[in-house]
Ligand binder design. Structure first.
Ligand SMILES: Cc1cc2nc3c(=O)[nH]c(=O)nc-3n(C[C@H](O)[C@H](O)[C@H](O)COP(=O)(O)OP(=O)(O)OC[C@H]3O[C@@H](n4cnc5c(N)ncnc54)[C@H](O)[C@@H]3O)c2cc1C
Ligand code: SF4
Length: 351
């Protein structure tokens, strides 16, 4: 019998790691705390993904299917690891229900937690029903219901998307850039304009980080083809005049105060460290970095190693990551785990 691999977290990174290890002939046990696989794109109901414009349910759904259908993979949903003991090549994971899984190594693909906008109360979330998050907007689109104001179901004429909500904000202890939200927001703005061609969509930004090849299609495309308007601003607050929401702040290009009315305001929420990370750190004996994500032992030679030998990490568990990079890291972690622990047990190798 070959040494099985434990994978914790069934999002894009975990699904990729499970597929790679199982395709190489290794037995895999995949543990997911929720009752279904797919990670944030499925659990949070994302619509069309960037950069491919494919529906999340189709592409991530296909990743789920190929893992579930693979006879080398045992999937345990609604499950958590309570303790993880032993040494590389001979670990025992004890699950919350008391079940035990003997494995040679483990890969942590436990992902991130969406920033909770109630921690930015001055920007209106939780006070005004028509202040929503990008995940809520994704759900409106993916459910087929379309973009509507939650307060009364009307189609919004004027929509503001506020970038960097819960990212790049030292005041609330979040220094990092969440990497993908500029591009996701430009894409959502284009989707709103496509569904509601009469609408006016504004993106409020500090800087635009549609990195790499995303600049042309998403930043310029949203302006030139879809007439999305960008305002470089420092936002003070989101209030209401009784009829419409008001986004107040300073236009930092012309250095003038601005107060602009909208029907709907969208928070482009960032990627916080997984709220479970303290527990994961103590159960698996792995270090967290100063931001609270799982620490990579080093950056280049062994990208996926943690501080504990035999325990690897991939995807947004390590910091904000895109889906394609999370998938690539999942495969890399599987390769690292495969080569780290021999395919045969010492007794088998001696035979
Ligand atoms: C609004 C929004 C839209 C986005 N859209 C895009 C996009 O269009 N394109 C793109 O490239 N990226 C997008 N992203 C980023 C994308 O969500 C991440 O890149 C991706 O989800 C990372 O995958 P992952 O597998 O690392 O983590 P996750 O998707 O977070 O998956 C982690 C999995 O682990 C499980 N888990 C967590 N803790 C435990 C535990 N203790 N035990 C067991 N299981 C656990 C979780 O339930 C989850 O299933 C978006 C992000 C946001 C915020
Ligand atoms: S990707 Fe854009 S919206 Fe997201 S944190 Fe970075 S700069 Fe802000």
């Amino acid at each position: 019998m070959s040494q099985p691999i434990l994978i914790v977290g069934g999002g894009p990174a975990g699904l990729s790691a499970a597929h790679a290890a199982a395709s190489a002939g290794r037995k895999v046990t995949l543990i997911e705390k929720e009752d279904r696989l797919g990670g944030a794109p499925i659990l949070s109901g994302y619509a069309k993904l960037v950069p491919s414009h494919e529906w999340a349910s189709d592409v991530i759904g296909a990743m789920v299917k190929r893992v579930v259908d693979n006879p080398n993979v045992t999937v345990r949903t609604g499950a958590r690891v309570q303790s993880f003991d032993g040494t590389p090549g001979a670990f025992t994971a004890t699950l919350k229900d008391g079940g035990k899984v003997e494995v040679g190594s483990a890969i942590l693909t436990t992902g991130f937690t969406h920033f909770d906008s109630v921690n930015k109360p001055e920007w209106g979330f939780g006070t005004y029903p028509d202040v929503v998050t990008t995940t809520q907007l994704e759900q409106m689109i993916s459910s087929g219901k379309g973009v509507r104001c939650p307060s009364d179901g009307r189609k919004p004429d004027r929509v503001a998307i506020l970038l960097c909500v819960g990212s790049r904000d030292r005041q609330i202890g979040r220094e990092w850039c969440s990497k993908i939200c500029c591009t996701v927001s430009a894409n959502l703005a284009m989707e709103i304009r496509e569904e509601l061609p009469e609408s006016n969509v504004y993106i409020y930004y500090m800087d635009i980080r549609t990195f790499g090849l995303y600049e042309g299609e998403f930043y310029w495309g949203s302006q030139e083809e879809y007439k999305v308007k960008y305002i470089k601003a420092r936002i003070a607050e989101v209030t209401s005049d009784g009829k419409r929401l008001l986004v107040k702040g300073e236009d930092t290009l012309v250095k003038r105060p601005i107060s602009i009315p909208f029907d709907m305001v969208v928070h482009a929420v960032g990627m916080d460290p997984n709220v479970d990370n303290m527990t994961i750190s103590s159960v698996f004996g792995v270090k967290l970095n100063k931001y609270g994500y799982i620490e990579r032992k080093n950056t280049y030679t062994t990208l996926c190693e943690t501080s504990r030998p035999g325990v690897f990490v991939a995807g947004s568990a390590t910091g904000p990551e895109t889906i394609d990079d999370s998938i690539a890291q999942g495969s890399a972690a599987a390769m690292a785990a495969l080569t780290f622990v021999p395919a045969k047990t010492p007794a088998e190798a001696a035979e």
